[in-house]
Write a protein that binds this ligand. Sequence first.
Ligand code: C2O
Ligand code: CU
Ligand code: CU
Length: 485
Amino acid sequence: LKLNRRQFFILSAASAGAVLLSPQQSGRTQISSDRQIAKSQVYSSTDGLLDFDLEASYRPVNLGGIRADLLAYNGQISGPRLEAKPGDTLRLRFTNNLTQPTNLHYHGLHVTPTGNGDNVFLEIPPGEALTYEFTIPSNHPAGTFWYHPHLHGLVAEQIFGGLAGLFIVRGELDEITEIKAAKEEFLFLKDFELDRNGQIVQPSPMARMTGREGSLVTVNGQIKPTFSIATGGLLRLRLVNASTSRFYRLELENHPLYLIATDGGSLSEPVEVRELLLSPGERAEVLVRGEREPGLYRLLNLPYDRGGMGMMGRGMMGRGMRGGSFTQRNPETLATFTYSDSIASLPLPQKLIPVEALPEPDTVRRFEINHGMTPGMGMVFLINGQTFSPNRIDTQVRLNSVEDWEFNNIGVMDHPLHIHVNNFQIISRNGRASPYRAWKDTVVVSPGETVRIRTRFADFTGKTVYHCHIFDHEDLGMMGIMEIT
Ligand code: C2O
Ligand code: CU
Ligand code: CU
């Protein structure tokens, strides 16, 4: 059964029932004694080995001054930052101290999807441990990657609870003189929804269908932090959308952003942009110059309509439904940037790392993206008419082949589609060629759009997945399995 936009929301509303609660954030417990925010721990590789313990648990944390009970890696929100270099081996002893099973995924890394590598079919029961071990290829691009749980059916809940962290691969891009000279900041964007006791608010069935969002947006586990642009300096921002479903349309007041890297690493040269849309899972690296009057500049999240319930429910549901989904109507401040002297000095790099042009594809595949109603299951999210099954291989591909995949969204909401292990390039959107070449692993496909991407299946065989990165949609079935042979 296919539904149009209106029918979709009426059905969603009907199955959601009356689970709407009003936000009450005024009564939150403030942590007064400990306003100091612990900087996220960093684990770096030494002598080619990144070796450490990681534990997932449910525990009280200080979320930007608010006491909250969240799911955390090593007790931190966000999780420890991992730093490695191409050629390094990761050995991560993972312990699951949650009350439900979980696992780990290394989003964007080009590493093996089998064994104890980036294998999302592993399941670690509560109270048990598993050692992840894999080697990052020596020709792996430098970039901003991240890790998060990936156990089908529980991903949205666990990420919304707080589980996620940065995974930085340092390499060629970091060695470019101008970039090396820049001050580096990480902006890990994550939303939460808490009740007055600092407990995670569970989403309504409707919010599950549209994709749960929280009204408390954090940057590195802080609320509206301030970053300074060093005098005479250039700022390099590494942005990650680590939210379950929330999109960010970012603008730094009065400042152009010089895009230098996307999901999979460097562009060939900087691209000047006014704003940046980051859907869940996407990353970007930008340079910012202190090129205006000294002062304070806000990093704004601008209104964006991803086809959540806001479009039908403005009057009916209002904004800020707890754990709900809403279209943001006014710009909100996420962070502040400050500098005290005008900066004219540091130049932008002219050239970055060349992005190769992939050869013409051996195969072209089409994927129809939609949702539908299934007897007994209610609303499900579909790729080519099918909901996820762990026992089915949806797409068989051959190692070293180049393929074009066309994602055609015939539904009513944006879907950020993500492919594991092998990064891709966006070739065209509704037939219009991409303005520049870039390595991506997640791409937003809006209703009515057909996006063509090109990828080469290199280095690794085995089973892995592609899915919508609105994790409620993935948990509700918008995922397929591919096998590389
Ligand atoms: Cu970020 Cu399959 O995930
Ligand atoms: Cu991924
Ligand atoms: Cu989706």
